[in-house]
Write a protein that binds this ligand. Structure first.
Ligand code: FAD
Ligand code: UDP
Length: 392
């Protein structure tokens, strides 16, 4: 008899498996329909021996010392601050938009004060910021919105920014200084030996059994377990009772080039050209030395594996129906990006899973208001969830 059947061996499932097994001596079976652990963070060495991320670039960043320290139990870190260039008007310019972006794009020599005035002069007056278009035009005006955001977003989501919740483009700040980093979080690092190695260490415990290539539907009637933790799509769990929750998918095209370096930055975004949104050069993220280089191109798709919940009001309303049903389903706990239909980064999913662990292991306390341990962990997830994900 397993204490827990955990569906999905990504961050949400693996953090819970690790905590329950090592801290609470629970017997855990974790299953995944894929042939590997680590969920979308899975990385592996390609046929040329270059470490690549199968499901697109995964860059770790967080403001939570708790999350960083927790993962640090399973990996050493390689300090890494991410940088992105955007291909706009025939130039590669820094993204997020900053002082250098404006000077380079328009051939100017503005200082921080002047660029702030420039943004003020072009910004549109939007009384209530509701959509992803509002966020950008109210900060940098329509021209920059059209050059950097409009077409990228249409390509990435198959929707106009005016249809998407403000939270989507709010992920990308605007700066009047010359900070060219993509994120400004306190902790920014890559697992030294990769994500998969980190997950292997998390799951390496006699109380944890891992079953891969297995959809939970195939086995759940034959496996005795007390409770389930579900990290797959919540609408799938309930057989799409209220209809399908829309997810955006991607196709990843991996390529190896016979040269040491190809791109001018770790990632180059293409808002206005090509059917793909961005190209990533993995060695720039991992620091690996190799005579060849591996790249991935991301092609957004409507159909395929569910990668992104789509933040817009009608989807939030549909998810709310599933959330209520999930809450009223005894013995099953829903956690992670797909199971809670949230556009979460890795650190937010880790925080969410650590919070659920505390709730599971202190049910009596959880029912009472404001006990310090529970209050602390809830505050942690709320802090990570409510902040702008770039940490600004
Ligand atoms: P997942 O990793 O999706 O794990 C869920 C697992 O459940 C999957 O392995 C799936 O196979 C399994 N599963 C689903 N249904 C079933 C079933 N029926 N039976 C058995 N198993 C099932 N975050 C960052 O912090 N930084 C980044 O740079 C970053 N880049 C990203 C780039 C891309 C292209 C994408 C798509 C995401 C990115 N993320 C990034 C987000 C990050 O991937 C997620 O926050 C994190 O992986 C979510 O973990 P999870 O455990 O909730 O879900
Ligand atoms: N975005 C954009 N242009 C860019 C980068 C981002 O329009 O050059 C918008 C786009 O809608 C994207 C969102 O901002 O989906 C969030 O960007 P982020 O880089 O955080 O996306 P992720 O890494 O999660 O795919």
């Amino acid at each position: 008899m397993f204490d827990y059947l955990i569906v999905g061996a990504g961050f949400a499932g693996s953090v819970l498996a690790e905590r329950l097994a090592t801290r609470s001596n629970k017997k855990v079976l974790i299953i995944d329909k894929r042939s590997h652990i680590a969920g979308n963070a899975y990385d592996h060495y390609n046929e040329d021996g270059i470490l690549i991320h199968k499901y697109g670039p995964h860059i770790f960043h967080t403001n939570s010392k708790d999350v960083f320290d927790y993962l640090g139990n399973f990996t050493e870190w390689r300090p890494y601050e991410h940088r992105v260039l955007a291909s706009v008007d025939g130039q590669n310019v820094p993204m997020p938009i900053n002082l250098d972006t404006i000077n380079q794009l328009y051939g100017l020599k503005l200082n921080s004060f002047e660029v702030e005035q420039f943004f003020e002069s072009v910004a549109e007056d939007v009384p209530v910021i509701r959509t992803s278009e509002d966020v950008v035009v109210s900060k940098v005006g329509r021209e920059l919105y059209e050059k950097f955001f409009k077409n990228y977003t249409r390509k990435q989501w198959g929707l106009d920014p005016s249809q998407l919740d403000k939270s989507v483009t709010s992920r990308v700040p605007t700066r009047t200084n010359r900070d060219g980093r993509y994120f400004t979080d306190t902790f920014q690092a890559m697992p030294l030996h990769g994500y998969t190695r980190m997950f292997e260490r998390m799951l390496d415990h006699p109380n944890i059994k891992v079953m891969l290539n297995t959809d939970y539907h195939e086995v759940m009637d034959f496996i005795p377990f007390k409770e389930m933790i579900f990290t797959g799509p919540v609408d799938e769990y309930f057989d799409y009772r209220f209809g399908r929750l829309p997810y955006r998918s991607l196709e990843f095209k991996h390529e190896t080039m016979n040269k040491e370096q190809h791109l001018a930055a770790p990632v180059v975004n293409f808002p206005n050209e090509h059917p793909y949104t961005r190209i990533t050069e993995f060695k720039a993220l991992t620091g690996q030395a190799h005579p060849k280089t591996a790249l991935v191109y991301e092609y957004p798709q409507a159909e395929g594996d569910p990668y992104y919940p789509i933040p817009m009001p009608e989807n939030a309303a549909l998810y709310e129906q599933y959330r209520k049903l999930a809450e009223a389903t005894p013995g099953v706990h829903f956690v992670g990006r797909l199971a809670t239909y949230k556009y979460y980064n890795m650190d937010q999913v880790v925080a969410q899973a650590l919070t659920l662990y505390k709730k599971l292991t202190a049910p009596a306390e959880a029912a009472k208001p404001a006990r310090p341990a529970i209050a602390g962990s809830t505050a942690l997830v709320e802090k990570l969830v409510s902040r702008s994900p770039k940490g600004e």
